[in-house]
Ligand binder design. Structure first.
Ligand code: AP5
Ligand code: MG
Length: 220
């Protein structure tokens, strides 16, 4: 049975950070919808051009575009045994589409890790974030600094600050999260899949809590 794990939480909650660690520990591919869009933007593909205006404005890319993109990614052979989904779904329409997609693979969502963090902490985390050019590995100037300033520990590529981490765009992204993504908490709670994780702790403590939850439901 394939294992599809969703990471849910506000911008800056630590979805990417935790997905990276779960990937290292369990080997499941880390699928970050935001990272796929940014990669396409960098390579000026058709998908990148379609998504660009929305991302820069801190708005969600339209559902149809996000759904098509994820469907293509999840159809690739490395996702046959499951995946860690970071940033998808973001709306109930996307969640319905994901359920249908996985049903076609005779599978379903295993659990939803909902990382909760206070708003003022989110802003502090995003303003100090640096991301690697090659694969989107995530750092923070204070909380998770790279060994060498400006260089990714994992692949040696240069670090940069995301365009949408500007304070005004961050505020917009948080607003959009509350309006469009928060309904997913009830959606998955009603399905009995939601597992709340206290995201106000250190990266290691959060990961310990996540691994305990995953162990309890038999994902190891
Ligand atoms: P996306 O890239 O998904 O951005 P996001 O949801 O806003 O989330 P972030 O990546 O900002 O935060 P994160 O939770 O991953 O935090 P991180 O681990 O980096 O989406 C970007 C855009 O793409 C969207 O706005 C939208 O336009 C579009 N998009 C993407 N998916 C879409 C979809 N499905 N539908 C439509 N549109 C879509 O951590 C943040 C910082 O904090 C880092 O510096 C990290 O080092 C630090 N940190 C992490 N954990 C801790 C901790 N415990 N203590 C201290 N510091 C920590
Ligand atoms: Mg992220």
């Amino acid at each position: 049975m394939a294992r599809y794990i969703i990471l849910l939480g506000a911008p800056g909650a630590g979805k990417g950070t935790q997905a990276q660690i779960i990937h290292e520990k369990l080997g499941l591919p880390h699928i970050s919808s935001g990272e796929i869009f940014r990669e396409n933007l960098k390579n000026q593909t058709e998908l990148g051009t379609l998504a660009e205006g929305y991302i820069k404005a801190g708005q969600l890319v339209p559902d149809e575009i996000a759904i098509k993109m994820i469907k293509e990614r999840l159809s690739q052979p490395d996702c046959a045994y499951g995946a860690i989904l970071d940033g998808f779904p973001r709306t109930t329409h996307q969640a319905d589409a994901l359920g249908q997609m996985l049903a076609e693979f005779n599978s379903s969502v295993e659990c939803v890790l909902y990382i909760t963090v206070d708003d003022q902490v989110l802003i502090e985390r995003l303003s100090g974030r640096w991301v690697c050019r090659a694969e989107g590995h995530v750092y923070h100037v204070i909380y998770n600094p790279p060994k060498q300033p400006g260089i990714c520990d994992i692949d040696g590529s240069a670090l940069y600050q995301r365009d949408d981490d500007k304070p005004e765009t961050v505020r917009q992204r948080i607003k959009v999260y509350y309006q469009q993504t928060q309904p997913l908490i009830d959606y998955y709670q009603q399905k009995g899949l939601l597992r709340e994780i206290d995201g106000n702790q250190s990266i290691d403590e959060i990961n310990e809590d996540i691994m305990k939850v995953l162990e309890r439901i038999g994902v190891q």
